[in-house]
Design a protein around this ligand. Structure first.
Ligand SMILES: [Fe+2]
Ligand SMILES: [Fe+2]
Length: 588
């Protein structure tokens, strides 16, 4: 990918040098603006050829100007262009190598240190496409206008990256973009410095992601001011003096105004093209995510109507997943939305999942062979992705559907198949989910929470320590199965999440003081039936208890904010399962 991007950048950089009709000729208007980069020049004074002066300057011959041999500037610009046309093989290879190096360093950094989605190949491809677009814009501005080169609005890209990922990533992108843009003018030192100052300032001033529209304009403007100050300081350093009033009098040709205008233009561009830029980087805006949490969304209504048990499971998961993501600074809102939509595939055949069966209702799995049952369970991953894509749900949300079970085994039916002697001679892979392992922290959190939320219902009493033990067991199971290998979750993330999830669960299941009528109704002889889903969960986790009589409620925590049913010791599992939530769904 870096080689392709490097080749594209090189094409933009030197492509015009191969076009014959763009070459300047004396006596005719120049078809493009000719620019000699800023640099030192030795000038022999007229009249007294023994006196030479040394000064820093740049030459710009505007597009359409008739080239005259009598003009020193025109002759210098012509000589500079003649040197470049056509570019030598060495020139071409050097430009290509530098661009590939920049792209390689950028993508390697993102892969190694990038935040969640920045590590994905498609996100990096999107970023490189945005760099390419910015480069084409800058090249057009340099070739077809006579405006100073400082007008190029390269700071738009770090603003988008700061919005979508974080400012640390934006900082690196800015450095890469500044080098690539400066390569258009043979790494003009002053241009490179101003672009770096402006990009870094834009990144630093973009500190409130919750109000990006105003922030982008403000960050762009302040970055422009920083760039102008940097330009004045550097010019004074190179030339010994800087005539600010004289420069401002040039109007559109003013370099100070160009430094300011380039920053402002970057802010305006970043604001105007924010949506397509976000889409290219595979990001869903906060506005869109908030819209997707609206319970009036047709797909959510469909799930609530067709698979009510699964919908309740998704909602319970959403709270836990959001808290976990927030604890490790992952995208909490994205994780919440992912939780809402991840099991939408269950609406196709809801009765194959235990949580959607009514009290006393028979499970269709009772009449099915284990491999057919496993297929029915696994189908929800594929169908979920299809339904979401058909419903025009953004791809980062669809990702939760096909990664939340990773490539795990549907263990229950695999064991059932083996217990029956495996008459069809099926392999383990036949019982493996057809998805892929979580690629981001957010999708990995959902995979963990999918199991933890179900297992948490079996923990009694609901204490921090017991929840932590159960969560650690789930995490260890996923880790040892290699399901978290590609997620980017660190050991520290797992430790912090364990603690936060346990305290969230304690709060979700905390006990309340009983009302008098409840105390009366909870006399020792009183029995309260468990909802079928919970009873089934208990059976799933402790086969020996699966034939237990209807349990009685005896704990204070039986009356909780979430109406959590309480299981007596007889039906409580000694070891909470770390199995997949849907793996248990077919046990009834
Ligand atoms: Fe699922
Ligand atoms: Fe689920």
């Amino acid at each position: 990918m870096s080689i392709v991007a490097g080749a594209l950048f090189t094409a933009v950089c030197v492509g015009d040098l191969y076009v014959g009709w763009l070459a300047p000729r004396f006596g005719v208007p120049t078809p493009v603006t000719l620019r000699v980069p800023y640099g030192p020049m030795v000038i022999r004074e007229r009249g007294d050829s023994s006196r030479i002066t040394y000064e820093h300057t740049r030459i710009v011959v505007p597009r359409g100007a008739v080239l005259r041999e009598s003009s020193d500037d025109h002759r210098t610009a012509f000589a500079f262009e003649s040197l470049r046309r056509p570019p030598s093989l060495g020139h071409l290879l050097s430009t290509f190598t530098i661009h590939v190096f920049v792209c390689l360093m950028l993508t390697a950094y993102l892969r190694r240190f990038g935040q969640s989605r920045a590590r994905l190949l498609r996100t990096q491809a999107g970023i490189l496409m945005l760099v390419f677009g910015s480069l084409v814009l800058a090249k057009g501005l340099l070739l077809f206008t006579a405006l100073p080169e400082f007008w190029v609005p390269m700071a738009a890209l770090p603003l988008w990256v700061a919005l979508v990922f974080d400012r640390r990533t934006a900082f690196l992108i800015e450095v890469a973009v500044a080098f690539v843009a400066a390569s258009l003018l043979r790494f003009d030192l002053l241009l490179l410095c101003v672009l770096l100052v402006r990009g870094i300032a834009a990144t630093l001033f973009f500190f409130n992601r919750r109000n990006p529209r105003q922030q982008m304009l403000m960050a762009g403007t302040l970055a422009g001011a920083a760039g102008a100050i940097g330009f004045i300081a550097l010019t004074t350093l190179f030339q010994g003096r800087f005539d600010l009033a004289g420069d401002l009098m040039k109007g559109a040709g003013s370099y100070v105004l160009a430094c300011l205008g380039g920053g402002l233009m970057a802010g305006v561009l970043a604001r105007m093209l924010r949506d397509p830029a976000e889409r290219l980087m595979g990001h869903v805006s906060r506005e869109k995510l908030l819209d997707l949490t609206d319970l009036e969304q047709p797909l959510l209504k469909k799930m609530a109507a067709e698979a009510p048990g699964s919908w309740e499971h998704a909602r319970a998961m959403a709270n836990l997943a959001e808290a976990s993501a927030a604890a490790i600074h992952a995208d909490a809102l994205l994780t919440r939305v992912g939780a809402y939509y991840h099991d939408l595939g269950k609406t196709v055949q809801p009765k194959y999942f235990i949580e959607n069966l009514g009290h006393g209702e028979r499970s269709p799995h009772e009449e099915l062979e284990p491999d057919i049952s496993a297929d029915a369970i696994m189908t929800h991953v594929v169908m979920g992705a299809k339904i979401l894509r058909d419903g025009k749900i953004p791809e980062p949300i669809v990702e939760f559907a096909y990664t939340h079970h990773g490539t795990q085994l549907v263990e229950y039916f695999w064991h059932k198949c083996r217990e029956q002697g495996n008459p069809k001679g099926l392999g383990e892979d036949h019982f493996r989910y057809p998805g892929m392992k979580p690629q981001t922290k957010e999708t990995a959190i959902l995979m963990l929470v999918d199991s933890i939320e179900a297992a948490s219902r079996t923990i009694m009493p609901p204490e921090q320590k017991k929840f932590e033990e159960m969560i650690q067991r789930v995490i260890f199971t996923k880790l040892s199965a290699g399901q978290l290998d590609e997620s980017g979750l660190t050991i520290e993330d797992l430790r912090v999440m364990t603690s936060r999830m346990a305290s969230t669960l304690v709060n979700m299941y905390h006990g309340r003081v009983k009302y008098p009528w409840q105390r009366e109704s909870l006399a020792p002889s009183t029995a309260t039936p468990l909802p079928s889903g919970v009873a089934a969960h208990a059976r799933g986790r402790d086969a020996s208890a699966s034939k237990s009589p209807v349990p009685s409620v005896k704990s204070d925590s039986s009356v909780s904010a979430s109406n959590r049913p309480t299981m007596p010791a007889a039906v409580q599992p000694s070891e909470p399962s770390a199995k997949d939530h849907d793996d248990l769904s077919g046990e009834k």
